[in-house]
Write a protein that binds this ligand. Structure first.
Ligand SMILES: Cc1ncc(COP(=O)(O)O)c(C=O)c1O
Length: 393
């Protein structure tokens, strides 16, 4: 019986003699040579396997894309040089002037800017709307609504989107549902299986998971992703082979890391909830969280590694907390192996106009915590001591 092809062989990565390297090589080449002009035609037209130029495709990048497609249950995935490259390229490939877009009110700051500034300047009408369980979603749609855009778990307020319900409504308007799954990751939610058309991830975060890569991906049907691919070639945001290789390495421990990130986040959320210097905790795994019901239905095996909390004393309180901490670092990203804090108003959501930011609940006292994979008790000792000092002062 013939052996099943490995993903490496599927994308054209060869073995060494009759053996295969355990770890596939990095194809650090920008271009590929041809024997004949006929072969050029055959590869360009897809009649023979091969590569041309790494802005369009590269074997190491393709290998990562195949692995991600399996994880996301997507027919096809494309890898990008950042999460924002994936988001901007995908959205630009799906809209044209005159179209209408619905976007969730609370989104990562740069994504908010894309919808709030760039698209309107190109003649695309964007409405930012509440997409929570209780809202009358149907009334938001128009005949020309082409995209409904949400984050599975919103940055930074951790609201969970009811993706199946949104997809049901969107279907009536022939509107594509595009989901940024960066906080939930495919470990806890697979938007494609829930009915979404396109899933986006910042690979900079959990999927690579070691704070040493900037990357992104878009996944969906082969037809949708082919369209996105044409724009990726034009806009030039393909991931580099070295970053793809590092992300492939990160993926090997992805399920294990996610289990621990989520376990630690729940542990810390419960502790924070009881601390007198903390006014409110935002974590979908807490019974009293507004998204708990949807989170229980949508998220499998855990509620993710991200939480936020409101510190007494507003921005001044956060400033003192950061100074009081000995080990937990202030880091304007997330998904590191160690626990880190960030201040959304000053970092990830800095580009959102202040009135919009504050009216959506992103206040000066809001801290975002990315739970690491350490022993959570050592993290809590540091946090508790720093928070205690706020109460004592
Ligand atoms: C939810 C979310 N989506 C997308 C991005 C953008 O990803 P990148 O920084 O890789 O461009 C971020 C960045 O923090 C994010 O938090």
């Amino acid at each position: 019986m013939e052996k099943k092809k490995s993903t490496a062989e599927k994308v054209g990565i060869a073995g060494c003699g009759i053996t295969r390297p355990e770890v596939p090589p990095i194809y650090a080449t920008s271009v590929f040579s041809f024997e004949t002009l006929e072969d050029v035609d055959a590869v360009y037209e897809g009649d023979k396997p091969g590569y041309v130029y790494s802005r369009t495709s590269n074997p190491t990048v393709r290998l990562l894309e195949e692995e991600l497609a399996l994880l996301e249950r997507a027919e096809r995935v494309l890898a990008f040089s950042s999460g924002m490259a994936a988001i901007t390229t995908t959205i630009c490939s799906l809209v044209k002037p005159g179209d209408h877009v619905l976007a969730s009110k609370v989104l990562y700051g740069e994504t908010h800017k894309l919808f709030g500034e760039l698209l309107p300047s190109w003649g695309v009408k964007v409405d930012f709307v509440e997409l929570l369980e209780t809202d009358d979603i149907e009334s938001y749609f128009r005949e020309n609504t082409r995209i409904l855009y949400v984050e599975t778990i919103s940055n930074p307020l951790m609201e969970v989107s009811d993706i199946p319900r949104l997809c049901e409504e969107a279907k009536k308007y022939n509107c594509r549902v595009v989901v940024d799954n960066t906080f939930a990751t495919p470990a806890f939610c697979r938007p494609i299986e829930e009915g979404a058309h396109i899933v986006l991830e910042s690979l900079t975060k959990y999927l690579n998971g070691h704070s040493d890569v900037t990357g992104g991906m878009a996944g969906g049907s082969a037809a949708d992703i082919e369209t996105v691919g044409k724009f990726r070639t034009l806009m030039g945001g393909c991931m580099s082979p070295f970053d793809a290789w590092l992300t492939l390495r990160g993926l090997k421990t992805f399920p294990l890391r996610m289990e621990k990130h989520a376990e630690n986040a729940l542990h810390l959320a419960r502790k924070l909830e009881r601390h007198p210097a903390v006014q409110k905790v935002f974590y979908p795994g807490l019974e009293r969280n507004a998204s708990y019901g949807i989170a229980r239905k949508l998220l499998r095996n855990g509620f993710g590694g991200m939480l936020s909390f409101e510190v007494a004393g507003g921005e001044e309180g956060v400033s003192r907390l950061v100074r009081n901490l000995e080990n937990v670092e202030l880091l304007p990203s997330l998904a590191a192996v160690k626990t880190t804090l960030s201040h959304p108003a000053k970092t990830s959501h800095r580009s959102v106009p202040a009135d919009t930011r504050i009216s959506s609940g992103i206040t000066g006292g809001l801290v975002r915590l990315s739970a690491g994979i350490e022993t959570p008790e050592t993290v809590w000792q540091d946090l508790e001591k720093a928070l205690d000092e706020l109460v004592e002062a």
